[in-house]
Write a protein that binds this ligand. Structure first.
Ligand SMILES: Nc1ncnc2c1ncn2[C@@H]1O[C@H](COP(=O)(O)OP(=O)(O)OP(=O)(O)O)[C@@H](O)[C@H]1O
Length: 294
């Protein structure tokens, strides 16, 4: 692998590397092109040096997460149609690189609707939410809890951006079916975090239990946001207040009125505070909100 004049060479393949299109705690993502066919690609560069971007993770821990992510992505390529396609990967002592499909994040689409002062049409909501639920259904079927479902972790690819793909497997956990596990400290974003992930004292701790149904809660919050244009906890302000609210939540989430009865029903089910009473992803896919044309 060489990287000269912003041309990245991996084996026989050459990629033109252009501007930064995003970054996470441990990586920077660049836009680029595959020079053999001019198709757009995204190149995620993981810096293995400890201390970069304000994260204190050791080099070994960074390399370990990088390999875990590659392994998971390669495993999911053929069994989950809604997971990001990776074209190539390579690494040096200092960096890991993943070349993958490029698309706009679903968050950008939500923002566009907000800017235009428009509500997303229900047919549009149904189409994209059903793909999100399917993406998570396939993860759960493979025994994996995603743990960080949110609109920025879905990108739109294909004609007119009509197909969603999940990115960021960073904090997914593999679990035996029907078993809950421990949440890594500080994983997730409070707005999409399920109440069972928060200790009743209001501390977002490693001791909090979570499982597949936490992903269902997050999907419910995404659906709520697509329909109403805001998130239920948005107006609570900072993360501490949101986490404290979730830790004390004993009743089901309030759902504003919407004329579509089936939409109201599925939202109510996904946002039940008791995770045992939430549907699983297979039940959601069979719910009339998704099976009846809108
Ligand atoms: N395939 C892609 N196409 C377009 N943009 C992408 C793609 N992959 C990542 N991005 C952009 O880069 C950002 C960071 O990517 P990603 O979430 O994979 O990084 P990360 O280091 O794993 O983040 P985290 O800190 O959450 O672990 C995304 O939020 C998105 O904006």
């Amino acid at each position: 692998m060489t990287n000269t004049n912003r041309i990245l060479v991996i084996g026989e393949s050459q990629y033109k590397v252009e501007e930064e299109i995003g970054h996470g705690l441990h990586s920077t993502v660049y836009g680029g092109y595959d020079l053999s066919d001019n198709n757009p690609v995204a190149i995620k560069v993981v810096n293995f040096a400890s201390g970069v971007n304000g994260s204190s993770l050791s080099t070994e821990a960074r390399q370990h997460s990088y390999w875990k992510e590659i392994e998971l992505l390669l495993y999911l390529q053929n069994i989950n149609p809604y997971v990001i396609r990776i074209f190539n990967h390579d690494q040096t002592d200092r960096y890991g690189m993943i070349v993958m499909e490029r698309g706009g994040t679903f968050r950008d689409t939500l923002i566009q609707f907000l800017r235009l002062g428009m509500r997303m049409p229900l047919s549009y909501v149904q189409k994209f939410w059903s793909q999100m639920v399917s993406a998570i259904y396939y993860m759960h079927h493979a025994g994996i809890v995603h743990g960080d479902c949110k609109p920025e972790n879905f990108i739109q690819v294909g004609k007119h951006g009509g197909t969603l793909r999940l990115i960021d497997m960073g904090i997914s956990f593999e679990l035996p079916p029907n078993v809950t596990s421990r949440l890594h400290a500080a994983a997730g974003t409070p707005d999409y975090v399920a109440p069972e992930m928060v200790h009743p004292s209001g501390v977002f701790t490693e001791r909090a239990k979570f499982g597949y149904k936490a992903d269902v809660w997050a999907l419910g919050i995404i659906l709520f946001e697509m329909v109403f244009g805001f998130r239920p906890l948005q107006y609570l302000g900072n993360s501490e207040r949101k986490i404290s609210f979730l830790g004390r939540l004993r009743r089901d989430m309030n759902i504003p009125y919407h004329p579509d009865r089936e939409l109201r029903d599925i939202l109510r089910r996904c946002l039940r505070s008791n995770h045992r009473r939430r549907p699983d992803t297979e039940e959601i896919l069979n719910h009339p909100f998704l099976t009846r044309p809108r």
